[in-house]
Design a protein around this ligand. Structure first.
Ligand code: CMX
Ligand code: CO
Length: 146
């Protein structure tokens, strides 16, 4: 079951400048940043709020690491802007299978690794009324070692 907006993905040409815009304009700070070579992005997660399911909602600012990546190609065609939305779920495997059964193309056979060790997959935008849609299961919170 999809229980929250996990994040909105925003494509930008210059991650540092875009992070500074969100800090200076809204006061949002970087919660986490990383490079995901498989996805071809350098990214910053800005936490907006905690949610009642124990998760959170973020803005995900994305700068491509290579021109032939999904975000690189999209930026070249469209310029900066909203690239995708992501729904949070406790079980990305079950929700992917359910949605695939409804005839929507799920892009990966198995979820891949996303921000902060999450497991992610994508639905094809052409099957979602023009919106690239991501499904995310957050990494479990690590319990302290005894
Ligand atoms: N939103 C809406 N439509 C999009 C889109 C997007 N983000 N990206 C592509 N499209 C549309 C294009 O406009 C194009 O439409 P037309 O045929 O009408 O022109 C069509 O989809 C095909 O686009 P394309 O430029 O030829 O791109 P590809 O088919 O090579 O790739 C997609 C499209 C969705 C398969 C690819 O972007 C993908 O695999 N995305 C998932 C991975 C990803 O986006 N990773 C980066 C984010 C990582 C993260 O969130 O952690
Ligand atoms: Co995303």
């Amino acid at each position: 079951m999809l229980t929250r907006i996990d994040h909105i993905g925003i494509a930008c040409f210059d991650l540092d400048k875009t992070v500074e815009f969100y800090r200076a304009t809204y006061g949002f700070e970087v919660f986490h940043s990383e490079v995901n070579e498989e996805q071809g992005v350098r990214e910053a997660m800005l936490k907006i709020n905690e949610t009642s399911d124990g998760g959170a909602s973020y803005l995900q600012l994305l700068e491509p690491t290579r021109e032939d990546s999904a975000v690189g190609k999209w930026l070249a065609k469209n310029g900066e802007g909203v690239h995708h939305i992501a729904f949070g779920t406790a079980d990305v495997d079950a929700d992917s299978a359910d949605i695939r059964g409804k005839g929507v193309r799920v892009l990966y056979d198995e979820p891949r690794i996303g921000s902060m060790g999450s497991r992610i997959t994508f639905l094809h935008p052409k099957d979602c009324h023009g919106v690239l849609t991501e499904l995310v299961t957050s990494a479990p919170v690590e319990s302290p070692e005894h």
